[in-house]
Design a protein around this ligand. Structure first.
Ligand code: CU
Length: 177
């Protein structure tokens, strides 16, 4: 088979860049330990309550300062645990005043789940053994659906909650419910 000189050059260039990119990817993943969103924070998925943030009473929305909130979530097939309200019912809707800085911290107790607040920049993969965390400023009012975007099993489509960003003109509305 005869290969034209330019064709050879292109083949070498093409396969060379493929190898180069794979090396860069491998270097990042295995040597630098690059990991999506988790900042390398680990947790025992069998015993998440060993971490204070994921004890039952600390789940869901917590105000930590004037315009700062933390949302701790335990994902499992097929639910996002956002804690319970006063009546003991599971929380599936949280309200956050517009302009707040929110730190989302999410763990899973079983398989890989997604954590996507559709329409915002919040989009994380939640892997067993890792704490996925992301801090965002929520500047757009509206109701956003929190969905699992990693297929996790037969009940995957039932895995959602809502995050509502509300205008905070009244001053100090209660945000956690
Ligand atoms: Cu899912």
């Amino acid at each position: 088979m005869h290969l034209h000189k330019y064709e050879k050059v292109w083949l070498i260039f093409g396969s060379g860049s493929l190898v180069l990119f794979l090396l860069i990817l491998g270097f990042g993943a295995f040597y630098l330990g690059t990991h999506p969103q988790s900042h390398g924070a680990t947790i025992d998925p069998e015993n998440i309550e060993a971490n204070e943030a994921f004890q039952r009473e600390n789940l869901g929305l917590t105000q930590v300062d004037d315009d700062r909130y933390i949302v701790n979530v335990v994902a499992s097939a097929f639910n996002y645990d956002l804690g319970s309200d006063e009546e003991g019912n599971p929380v599936s809707h949280i309200e956050i005043p517009k302009g707040s800085t929110v730190l989302f911290q999410v763990v899973t107790t079983d398989v890989i789940h997604g954590f996507n607040v559709a329409g915002t920049n919040v989009n994380m993969m939640v892997e067993p053994g890792y704490i996925s965390s992301l801090e965002v400023e929520l500047n757009q009012t509206g109701e956003f659906t929190l969905v699992c975007n990693e297929y996790c099993g037969v009940g995957h489509h039932n895995m959602f909650a809502t995050v509502e960003v509300v205008d905070d003109e009244s001053g100090n509305e209660t945000a956690a419910e």
